[in-house]
Design a protein around this ligand. Structure first.
Ligand code: NAG
Ligand code: NAG
Ligand code: NAG
Length: 357
């Protein structure tokens, strides 16, 4: 059994800053409420507008993600999850306990993890907000914990990536486990993308950065007009990342580090229109970084954005595609980034070459 749980929730203790949720109407999730991972249409805790929901999402036959997703679009795009490396099994529950802790229990009632560790007093209630932020609040309405402080692979408008925080790409498009790339706002103030030491999330090779180094206290902000930028603690904008003003009232927005290692800004029309899908913002300015990941990642050892022995090319859609050179084929057809292997055993010691497969 894979017990590689993300144990580092200690930082929640440091984040008990009062955060104003005034003026935001929401339905409370009261103490004692719970949701169960079952088959069929699952109940969820939705935001007042219904645009976001918190609950379980089934991932094929593998189990359930405790997640937040865009709830009004057919794609049900996931923007946050609590247990991407350790899916919950059928019958698991998430509960806001009587003492105000948010916990994930397996079918037998054994605690899989504290989703949010709140220390002593616990929350008075929870709420799924219309911004896509799930919050646990104290008696006075102060925010004790918020999903926005524990991002997975996606940022939403009004969300801030704080110094030291990171986004980890999913493993594949439909496999939400920690993947091979990450975006981190380093303590030195620089926003950097790295390949990771998969299956660990430690940084290996930096392939893009803003070069901002104003010092500690920088933040990555996704503001309400759809701009994404690094800002110094003084409030000075240091580096724009995306500058695509797209009206928030007409489009859903997100900025996601995808499984291919590219950080992209996406929009999705809210109004009824044909051919609705997540698209990159239709502007002339940048809506993904790095501009060419194939060029950005090239180790001396010949392993790049597509893995060992492979070839990486940006397609017309500006997305990297992986290929194997002549005489090589993918190790795993379903996972091209594992790289390519030779089709033939190399000829040595005078043995005739032999078909490998
Ligand atoms: C949510 O719960 C808190 C604490 O019990 C209460 O003060 C607040 O009025 C409630 N809000 C709503 C919208 O029910
Ligand atoms: C996702 O990929 C990882 C790595 O190959 C694998 O261990 C895991 O089982 C996959 N998860 C699902 C749900 O297929
Ligand atoms: C978002 O940032 C841009 C660029 O700094 C600025 O022009 C715009 O006014 C900001 N929007 C909001 C709502 O703060």
């Amino acid at each position: 059994m894979n017990l590689r749980l993300p144990y580092c929730f200690c930082f929640f203790l440091l984040l008990q800053l009062p955060f104003s949720t005034n003026g935001q109407a929401y339905k409370n999730v009261s103490l004692g409420s719970s949701l169960t991972a079952a088959s069929g249409d699952l109940p969820a805790w939705t935001s007042p507008s219904g645009e976001f929901a918190f609950g379980f999402q089934q991932v094929g036959d593998a189990g359930y993600l405790l997640a937040i997703w865009f709830n009004k679009i057919p794609e049900r795009t996931i923007v946050w999850s609590a247990n991407r490396n350790n899916l919950a099994q059928r019958g698991s529950t998430v509960q806001l306990t009587a003492d105000g802790q948010l916990v994930l229990n397996d079918r037998s009632g054994t605690r899989i993890r504290n989703t949010a560790y709140l220390g002593g007093s616990g929350a008075a209630y929870g709420a799924m907000l219309d911004t896509g932020n799930f919050v646990l609040s104290g008696q006075a309405g102060d925010t004790l914990w918020q999903s926005f402080d524990e991002p997975t692979d996606t940022l939403l408008p009004t969300q801030i990536l704080k110094s030291g925080a990171q986004l980890i790409a999913p493993y594949l498009e439909k496999n939400y486990s920690d993947g091979r790339f990450k975006l981190i706002l380093q303590d030195d103030g620089n926003l950097v993308m790295y390949t990771t030491a998969y299956p660990l999330t430690t940084s290996i090779f930096p392939y893009w950065s803003t070069g901002s180094s104003e010092g500690s206290g920088n933040q990555l902000i996704f503001n309400q007009s759809g701009y994404v930028y690094v800002v110094a603690s003084s409030g000075t904008i240091l580096n724009p990342v995306f500058s695509n003003p797209v009206p928030l009232q007409d489009f859903y927005h997100r900025a996601t580090i995808d499984y291919d290692g590219v950080f992209r800004q996406y929009v999705y029309p809210k109004s009824a229109s044909s051919g609705k899908r997540w698209a990159m913002a239709l502007t002339t300015s940048t809506n993904f970084v790095p501009p060419d990941i194939c060029l950005a990642i090239s180790y001396p050892l010949g392993s790049g954005a597509c893995g060992f022995n492979s070839l990486c090319e940006l397609g017309d859609d500006q997305r990297p595609s992986c290929r194997c050179p002549t005489g090589y084929s993918f190790y795993d057809q379903d996972d091209e980034r594992k790289g390519c292997k030779k089709n033939f055993i190399s000829q040595d010691c005078g043995h005739p070459s032999q078909r490998n497969r």
